[in-house]
Structures are given as structure tokens and as C-alpha cells.
Design a protein around this ligand. Structure first.
Ligand code: PRX
Length: 656
């Protein structure tokens, strides 16, 4: 680099820097620039061509049926078995000895599981589920730590056509219970516990509590992970090692319709009730499979791929399980937290397994930034060839830190935008084609049609901002909200008729590249996880001491946003104070889960409302972020904001 270019570069802000792929990367990339035009010419034809990467027991008659929007059918008439596509076909192709997962337990125990072994384990679990009476179409709830049996359980369900619903292990008994109710699961697969932050963290007690009022769940299959003491209900509870591990490892996969339900994943919406996002088989698997190969530039023979997310979220479903396995990838799976037993644990894992591809969330990257670059410097990260980001907008500072200190200025960063609903990546750079811009997710992937529109639904010109929409159906799109077609239509397809509204704000820069600006609805993004303000408000007012509650997401340096709650107490609760703040934070954790615990609870005597009674959250965000309060002309009583500020000084909840 000449001195002048260096000087010019050093004058650029992080946001202005550009990172084109190296010539070598571009030359060897799985997809080249011409792919965009090819896909745009005829999207269904493009997807039909990509669908050849899956093994179909019966070929489809029609690629896309969009005759009854917004209810899409992809690969109509086609049949396949998702588990066969993830396992057996690789073994049949001679890849039985390839490692599917390097599992690293938090305490340091390890397991190496080949495709042959994983296939056998899944067949055993499928046989067990069938012996337990689980039939095609029955729902199975999975509430597990990050261990290989979680993947086995999911694939066993897929193999027998029983849709699974994986409930994140951090959710409470109540949250597990409402999900079991909503999809009427008849069996729960769980573990005694898992390891987190250096200790055994129990799971089974939450299952016991949830099922104490749900006798319709007749079977609980329990993996022994930690060996901790647990309660046991005879006749209902069965050990995995007494059943699955003794079952036959031979199981014939049945072919299911391309639109057969694969799983339901619950995600927060703008009401108190989580939405059960339904994904089906052919289109979903194609979306995960193709994008993992395309965006992560997967070389399955040599790569060691690591999505550092929890399987309880969609990122885990699509990029730990279905995408990687369908492509015969070797993956790393890590059970615990990044700082156990030391802050270099991730980098030690990358060094140890020679990881080539890392995919994680900006909140974790910002945490690593806080810990300092000296931590990763102690390990060899030379094998990394590509690093990805997901879950929230990555701020340019974090992008540059990630690129410099983890990617060593050679591994491209892919900032990938997608959602539980979209099933697979939608907006992202192509690492061999795109010159990455820190903070921009760039352009819609080939075969995906995205736009930014104004309030009237008209496409904004370059340089404009508005709402992110997807204008054409795509294979891995959600098919509906489980049991609630009306809510599906209303939530996603009514704001701008005929197009999918993602709930995100976005802008197009002068080149037409897309920058995500965060949610525009009452949904918060905490550490890359979606939480609904209404859901937490409902949890708060379910405590008899609370008369009214308003929840907002305030910006937070590490977690992106943090939950801040304003509550009005009932007279019998007394004058508030620290004890009530703690009680309410614990109450939210019990109702939803620890991730939903407000960072701060402010006890106030009034909430800012418009004359029509609507809470003005915008003003509360100003207060929570310590900014001067914005326009208050529509506020019914303008003295309220002063009262809130006073309350705030005395009642901020301390962090745990
Ligand atoms: O607001 C967007 C944000 O996360 C939301 C989706 O959350 P969830 O369904 O939990 O899935 C997370 C993992 C796919 C989106 O509506 N989001 C996700 N990725 C990005 C993002 N925001 C900006 N940039 C991203 N790369």
C-alpha cells in the first residue's frame, strides 16, 4: 500500500471503509457476480435449479404455488425426508467417517461424532419415538442444553414427520408450558441439566413444574447430562439411555410431502402471546442448505464450521443443524459461555479444531471488545477464512474490531440479515463478490427480492429510508403462525398489501445498499434475541402489586438494547424501593425467563399518555437513555415527565 493510500484510509471513518474480497478469495468462491442476474431473470426457475442439491424421493410437479397468497407452497407434489437429506445420503455417498460435530462441553469433555454415528443415533431415537406412540404430525417439545442429543432429537422428529418445537433452555417453566399448550405437544424431550458458567444448570425441574398442570403430556424423555439430582415421575419419565441407546439403529425414512411441517419456533410479536412460526420441509431445507454453501462459501471437504448460537433459536436450527448437515459439513458445537473457565475459551476452541468459519452475534463481539484484543492474540486464529454476524445491526466499530482482531484483516465479514420467519439468510454480502461496508447488510441474496418502502408502500430512492419489505415469496419463508392464519396475514401481509413486512426499519445508501435500522414495532432486540414489550408488560402486571407497566428497549453498549420498565404500584405494595424492584425483576424471570429481566425498573406514579390514553413510549425511551425528553405536546399532563425523572433517580434497579 502506498503512503498516500494509507493516509487516505486513516482519514476514513469506520463506516466509510470498504472491503472488497481478495483476488484469491473471489477466484475460488462458490458463487460469482453473475448469479444475481441469473436469479433475477426467473426466481422460481433459479430455486428449482438449486433444489437439485437436495435428494427428492419424488420430484415436484410445480416449483411455486402462489395462487392463494400469502399462503405459499414450494415444490408442490415433491416428497423428501429431511433427516435422510442430512444424514443417510452422506453415508451412502461414502462420507460415513466424516465428522459431523466436534462437541465441546463446557467442563472440557469432548465428543467427536461422525455422520455414520449420528445417523445411527437418530435412527435409534426415531425408533424410540415411534415405540412411544409418536406418529407423523404429532408435536414434540424439546427443552435441552447444547448437547448432541438435542440435534439427535430434532432429526429423529424430522425423520418420522413429527414437527418439533425447541424451547430455549433459558425460558421459564411458564414459557415452556404456554408453548406446549399452543402446539399441543404430547411428549417432551429434556435433560437433567446442562453446564453454564461453570456449574450444572437444571432443566428438568422446569419441565416438572410446567407439566404439573398439563397431564396431557404423557411422556418425558430425559438425557442424563450433569448427573444432578432430579425429581422423577414414574410412568411418565424415561431415561434416554434406557430407551434410545438400547433401540435398533436401523430405521427406514419415509418420504413426506415438501410442505409437511418440520418445526414450530416461537418468537415474540407485538402482543403478549408468542407466535409459533411454522416452517415446512422442502423449501426450508433448501433455503438453509443453499445459503450456508453460498454465503459462508462452504468447502465441505475441508472447512470446520462454527455457528456459536443456541439451538433454541432459529440461528441454531438453520445454521447448526439443518443447513450444515444437509451439506455434509463438519461443525463445532459448544455447550457453554464464552468466559468459562476463561475469557479465551472461543479462541481456544478455534485454535484446537482449526475452525475456518465463525458465525456469531454482535453483542458477543462487543463483549470481546470490552475484554480486549490481548485475549484472542494468545491463540492461533489463522485457519479462519470467513466470519459472520447475525441478530442485530453490527455497529461499524464492532465490525472493524472483528475484522482486524479475529479475521486478521483477511477473512471477510458477512453481516447477514434474516429472521425466524424467513428461515434462512436474506440480505447479506456474497463474500467472493461484494465489497463489504461496515454496518450494512448490503443487498438481497440471489433469488430474494427485498426493498425499502415509505409509509405509502412506495419504493424509496437511493439515499432514502423506510420499511424493509420482501416483495416475492421465497422457499424458506414461514408458512403461517401455528393455528392462527388470521394473525399470520395481519402481522406480515397487511401493512403493505401483497408484500411481506419484516418489522424492521432500513435505509438505502447512495449505492442502493441496505442498512438495517432496528425494529419499528414494539419488539426489542436484546443480545440478538427478540423480546416483546407487551409480553414483559403483561408479566409485570400479572404481579398483584403492579397497577400499570410500560416497557421500552433502551440502547445498551453491549446488548444492543436493554429492557427498561416503568411501573405504577398498587397502594398495598407500599412505597416501592429496592426490595420491590428485585421482586419484580425475579417475577419477570419466572414468567418468561432470565433474558427478559428488566435491566432497570423505575417505580413511577404516572405514565406519559396521549389524550386518547396511549402510552408514549418514545418519551420513556428518552428518559431511559438519559436524553432530554422530546416533543411532549400531545402529552395529556406535561408534569408527568418530571415526576418520572424524579422517580428514576430513586428507583433504578441494580443489575444482578
Ligand atoms: O430486527 C432484525 C434483527 O433481528 C430480527 C430477527 O430476530 P430473530 O427472528 O430472533 O432472528 C435472529 C437471527 C436471525 C430482525 O427482524 N436482525 C437479525 N439480523 C440482523 C438484524 N438486524 C440488523 N442486521 C442483521 N444482520
Amino acid at each position: 500500500m502506498t503512503e498516500t493510500t494509507e493516509a487516505a484510509l486513516s482519514n476514513l471513518s469506520h463506516e466509510e471503509r470498504r472491503f472488497p474480497p481478495s483476488e484469491e478469495f473471489a477466484a475460488n468462491a462458490n458463487v460469482k457476480a453473475d448469479i444475481y442476474a441469473e436469479a433475477a431473470k426467473d426466481r422460481p426457475a433459479f430455486w428449482a435449479k438449486q433444489a437439485e442439491r437436495l435428494t427428492w424421493s419424488k420430484k415436484w410437479d410445480q416449483v411455486l404455488d402462489w395462487s392463494n397468497p400469502p399462503f405459499a407452497k414450494w415444490f408442490v407434489g415433491g416428497q423428501l425426508n429431511v433427516a435422510y437429506n442430512c444424514l443417510d445420503r452422506h453415508v451412502e455417498a461414502g462420507l460415513g467417517d466424516r465428522v459431523a460435530y466436534y462437541f465441546e462441553g463446557e467442563p472440557g469433555d469432548t465428543r467427536t461424532i461422525t455422520y455414520q454415528q449420528l445417523t445411527d443415533m437418530v435412527c435409534q431415537a426415531a425408533n424410540t419415538l415411534e415405540e412411544l406412540g409418536v406418529k407423523t404430525g404429532d408435536r414434540v417439545a424439546i427443552y435441552m442444553p447444547m448437547i448432541p442429543e438435542t440435534i439427535v432429537a430434532m432429526l429423529a422428529c424430522a425423520r418420522i414427520g413429527a414437527p418439533h418445537t425447541v424451547v430455549f433452555g433459558g425460558f421459564s417453566a411458564d414459557a415452556l408450558g404456554t408453548r406446549i399448550d399452543d402446539c399441543q405437544a404430547k411428549i417432551v424431550i429434556t435433560a437433567d441439566g446442562g453446564y453454564r458458567r461453570g456449574a450444572a444448570s437444571a432443566l428438568k425441574p422446569a419441565v416438572d413444574e410446567a407439566l404439573s398442570t398439563r397431564p396431557e403430556v404423557t411422556t418425558v424423555l430425559v438425557v442424563k447430562r450433569t448427573g444432578q439430582d432430579i425429581g422423577w415421575t414414574d410412568g411418565r419419565d424415561l431415561w434416554w439411555h434406557d430407551t434410545v441407546e438400547k433401540a435398533s439403529a436401523s430405521h427406514k425414512p419415509e418420504a413426506f410431502d415438501s410442505e409437511h411441517p418440520l418445526y414450530v419456533m416461537y418468537t415474540s410479536g407485538t402482543t403478549g402471546k408468542p407466535k409459533g412460526i411454522l416452517h415446512t420441509s422442502g423449501g426450508y431445507l433448501l433455503g438453509c442448505s443453499y445459503t450456508q454453501w453460498e454465503v459462508f462459501d462452504l468447502k465441505a471437504e475441508t472447512d470446520v464450521y462454527w455457528t456459536a448460537a443456541d439451538i433454541g433459536w432459529v440461528t441454531g436450527h438453520s445454521y447448526i443443524v439443518y443447513g450444515p448437515l444437509s451439506n455434509a459439513t463438519t461443525s463445532v458445537m459448544y455447550e457453554g459461555t464464552p468466559d468459562t473457565p476463561h475469557k479465551g475459551r472461543w479462541w481456544e476452541i478455534i485454535d484446537k479444531y482449526k475452525v475456518t468459519t465463525l458465525y456469531c452475534a454482535p453483542t458477543t463481539i462487543r463483549t470481546f471488545m470490552k475484554w480486549g484484543k490481548e485475549v484472542p492474540e494468545k491463540y492461533s486464529l489463522d485457519t479462519l477464512k470467513l466470519i459472520g454476524s447475525v441478530g442485530e445491526p453490527i455497529n461499524p466499530e464492532a465490525y472493524i474490531w472483528y475484522r482486524d482482531n479475529i479475521g486478521h484483516d483477511k477473512a471477510p465479514v458477512v453481516d447477514t440479515w434474516w429472521q425466524t420467519e424467513t428461515g434462512s439468510l436474506m440480505i447479506s454480502p456474497l463474500p467472493g463478490v461484494t465489497a463489504g461496508k461496515p454496518g450494512a447488510a448490503m443487498t438481497a441474496l440471489p433469488g430474494i427480492a427485498a426493498d425499502v418502502v415509505d409509509a405509502a408502500g412506495d419504493s424509496v430512492p437511493n439515499g432514502g429510508g423506510g420499511y424493509l419489505v420482501i416483495t416475492e415469496p421465497w422457499p424458506s419463508m414461514l408458512r403461517t403462525i401455528w393455528g392462527d392464519d388470521a394473525r399470520y396475514k395481519e402481522t406480515y401481509w397487511s401493512k403493505f398489501p401483497g408484500v411481506y413486512f419484516a418489522g424492521d426499519g432500513a435505509k438505502k445508501d447512495e449505492d442502493g445498499d441496505i442498512w438495517l435500522l432496528g425494529r419499528v414495532d414494539d419488539v426489542m432486540n436484546i443480545s440478538g434475541h427478540r423480546l416483546s414489550t407487551t409480553e414483559i408488560e403483561s408479566a409485570l402486571v400479572s404481579n398483584p402489586k403492579v397497577a400499570e407497566a410500560a416497557v421500552v428497549g433502551a440502547s445498551d453498549e453491549t446488548t444492543g438494547q436493554a429492557v427498561v420498565a416503568f411501573v405504577i404500584l398498587r397502594a398495598e405494595a407500599g412505597d416501592g424501593g429496592e426490595h420491590i424492584v428485585k421482586e419484580l425483576r425475579d417475577h419477570v424471570a419466572k414468567q418468561i425467563g432470565a433474558i427478559a429481566k428488566p435491566r432497570q425498573i423505575m417505580v413511577v406514579t404516572e405514565l406519559p399518555k396521549t389524550r386518547s390514553g396511549k402510552i408514549m413510549r418514545r418519551l420513556l425511551v428518552d428518559v431511559a437513555e438519559n436524553r432530554p425528553v422530546g416533543d411532549v405536546t400531545t402529552l395529556a399532563d406535561s408534569g408527568v415527565m418530571d415526576a418520572i425523572r424524579t422517580g428514576m433517580e430513586t428507583n433504578s434497579g441494580a443489575d444482578d
